[in-house]
Write a protein that binds this ligand. Structure first.
Ligand code: PEP
Ligand code: MN
Length: 361
């Protein structure tokens, strides 16, 4: 891999020491909401303010951002608080508008990183400029797509770069909005050690209650900073209301974080640590899958009860065990072990079904 050139961010008076903290609302909604939030954050010493101006929404009809109208509000934030301001850009037009209004830093959103055409368009628009650009991981867990986007921006001559880890979509619902899959940013650090990595606990968590632990995990893994969605009235936010913190909650969260010194207190991370992290991730996924499977068993219980069918149909059970054993053998697993696992799952499933049938009877 080509060694990309990285320089510290050139923001007057801001030094890049860890943890780099970026905070601000998911979206700029009104001038008042933007400025109130900014003043509250500035009074806590936050130096980098984020606000989404154009919002990539999954479904049409949701709030899509105030657009250009919000850019003068951010200029006011700069003037009144002295903070540096950052927005998401998803097209060349966004880059031109951001530059016109003196925005200090830009980030490429997760949906955009997944699209090399869009990233190239942004990179081309950035050519000849000199400001920090942060690249979020793509929505899907593809490290090469993430690295590719960083390389495209770097090839355009941008040297003030960072990556943002915001978690990855999964098909099965998990306790996270976007599964952290820590192994991926760890691998990014291994492949591009000079690129700072900032964790976005807000988009990983999707809810306030997880933000502390996700932020702590990021600090324990020695990542470089946090970008946290913060709003003066989080419950009334026009986007991502469940995951935004009030500036006071941000302050409390930051006070509760333990910062460990990687060189003195922590041993350097070993391959064993990384493998254990991978096991933890897989176990979490197994637990989610078991929960999904038991929920389906309960639905089957309801169906059987309504249609007067017995719970245990021995032919189906024999088929399941035979089918799973054959697959296990093909995948090189110990067949005895796999049949014990499935016997136990089946036993629990029968129990769940009979509970449902007794409830409804
Ligand atoms: C955001 O930061 O507001 C955002 C839209 O995030 P992501 O691109 O990570 O979904
Ligand atoms: Mn958001």
């Amino acid at each position: 891999m080509k060694n990309i050139e990285i320089k510290p961010w050139n923001l007057a008076g801001f030094d890049m020491k860890k943890p780099i903290l970026i905070a601000g609302p998911c979206s700029a909604e009104t001038e008042q909401q933007t400025l109130t939030t900014a003043h509250q954050l500035a009074s806590q010493g936050i130096k980098l303010f984020r606000a989404g101006i154009w919002k990539p929404r999954t479904r049409p009809g949701a709030f899509e951002g105030v657009g250009i109208a919000g850019l003068p509000w951010l200029q006011k934030v700069k003037r009144e608080t002295g903070m540096f301001v950052g927005i998401e850009v998803a097209s060349a037009q966004h880059v031109f508008e951001a530059l016109k209004y003196g925005i200090d830093l830009l980030w490429v959103g997760a949906r955009t990183t997944a699209n090399p055409f869009a990233v190239q368009e942004i990179a081309d628009a950035l050519r000849g400029t000199d400001l920090p650009v942060l690249v979020k991981n793509p929505v899907n867990p593809d490290i090469d797509l993430w690295i590719g986007a960083i390389e495209r921006i770097s090839n355009a001559g941008i040297t003030q770069l960072a990556a943002i880890h915001r978690g990855f979509s999964t098909y099965a619902p998990t306790e996270y909005r976007n599964h952290p899959q820590w192994l991926i940013p760890i691998e990014l650090r291994r492949r591009m050690p000079q690129v700072p990595i900032i964790t976005d606990p807000s988009h990983i968590s999707g809810k306030r209650s997880l933000i502390q632990e996700v932020s702590q995990q990021a600090m324990d893994l020695d990542f470089d900073g946090l970008i946290v969605e913060t709003h003066c009235q989080p419950d009334d936010a026009w986007s991502d209301a469940k995951q935004q913190l009030h500036p006071d909650q941000l302050k409390e969260m930051l006070q509760n974080l333990t910062f460990r010194n990687p060189h003195i207190v922590n041993m350097p991370r070993t391959q064993l640590d990384d493998l254990r992290l991978q096991i933890d991730d897989i176990d979490n996924q197994l637990i989610d899958l078991l929960r999904d499977r038991m929920n389906i068993s309960k639905q089957i219980g309801g169906y059987k009860q309504q249609n007067n069918i017995t719970i245990l149909q021995s032919r189906r059970y024999t088929e399941i065990i035979h089918d799973r054993n054959t697959k296990a053998l093909r995948k090189g697993l110990n067949v005895d072990f796999v049949s014990r696992v499935f016997e136990s799952i089946h036993e629990e499933s029968v129990l769940q079904q009979s509970q449902i049938m007794n409830q409804k009877a």
